[in-house]
Design a protein around this ligand. Structure first.
Ligand code: MLT
Length: 280
């Protein structure tokens, strides 16, 4: 039974502490370290990268659905005094970001969905999730690395950047099996989010690696088409972890999006408090 109790997420920050908050949610089975190039970037934003429940430095207390993981994210924003924020998520992080958009659309100044999808798992994928649960329970989280890393990066990148790829494998191996199993079940059972896309009212950006084999560009096109006014940017020379494989192109697209948001007139006129302050 999934809990409604939130977990106090560990979070890590970069950028400008006074800038617009940009919360970035990592993919599976990773943690905030997968956002290193964005935490180090100069977007003029306060970049906040949490570890989702049971990943990295965030505890696993009890099972939670994707909706429950979204509640953890909203509780973190409350704890940090962040009222409204730009929310980004890559793959599993995108599933959680879409759940936040459903639960608390008034909190979002913008939405960034990278290498992710709105559709629920197909039957075959649900069966694979169960196999992966059994694998992790028997052999630990490192057993997943061989299965997922080939889809994360292009072959060319894996050959050219073995240290980066090893670092990702090390991150995977270090994840708590409980957190990984919970996330596998949460992804397996997540609802289809396509119906709700048309109600997303904040500015939205969809990013995808041109060679992403897990959430290919056709899916990203469908996602962008479903969200009113969303912009789609395809990142050349990248597979699934497009933010890590092509950080310059990814950050360029994200920076353009953020600058576009800051040009929007402040709600309540020029004297209004920044929109992201709690209660603002
Ligand atoms: C991820 O990168 O988060 C995974 O590919 C998501 C998934 O397995 O659906």
């Amino acid at each position: 039974m999934a809990s409604r109790r939130t977990v106090p997420l560990a979070s890590f920050e970069g950028g400008d502490p006074d800038g617009v908050p940009l919360m970035l949610l990592h993919g599976f089975p990773l943690d905030h370290t997968s956002w290193a190039p964005q935490l180090a970037a100069d977007f003029g934003a306060r970049v906040i990268a949490p570890d989702l429940r049971g990943f990295g430095a965030s505890p696993f207390t009890e099972a939670a659905s994707i909706e429950g993981m979204a509640e953890d994210v909203l509780a973190l924003a409350d704890r940090l005094g962040v009222g409204r924020f730009v929310l980004g998520g890559l793959s599993m992080g995108g599933y959680v970001a879409l759940a936040v958009a459903r639960r608390a659309p008034e909190r979002l100044l913008g939405l960034v969905l990278a290498d992710t999808r709105a559709e629920a798992d197909a039957e075959e994928t649900r069966r694979k999730r169960d196999e992966h649960v059994a694998l992790v329970q028997a052999q630990g989280s490192q057993a997943l690395a061989d299965l997922v890393v080939p889809g994360f990066f292009t072959e060319a990148y894996r050959a050219a950047e073995p240290r980066e790829v090893r670092a990702v494998r090390t991150t995977i191996a270090g994840q708590s099996p409980q957190g990984v199993v919970n996330a596998l079940r949460a992804m397996r059972d997540r609802p289809d989010a396509t119906q709700g896309l048309g109600s997303i009212a904040c500015p939205s950006l969809v990013l995808v690696g041109e060679q992403d084999p897990l959430t290919p560009p056709q899916l990203a096109e469908r996602l962008a088409e479903g969200i009113p006014g969303a912009r789609l940017v395809v990142i050349p020379g990248a597979a699934h972890l497009s933010n890590l494989e092509q950080p310059e192109a990814f950050n360029e697209a994200l920076g353009v999006f953020l600058r576009g948001l800051s040009r929007a007139p402040p709600e309540g006129g020029a004297e209004a408090r920044p929109a992201w302050r709690q209660g603002g």
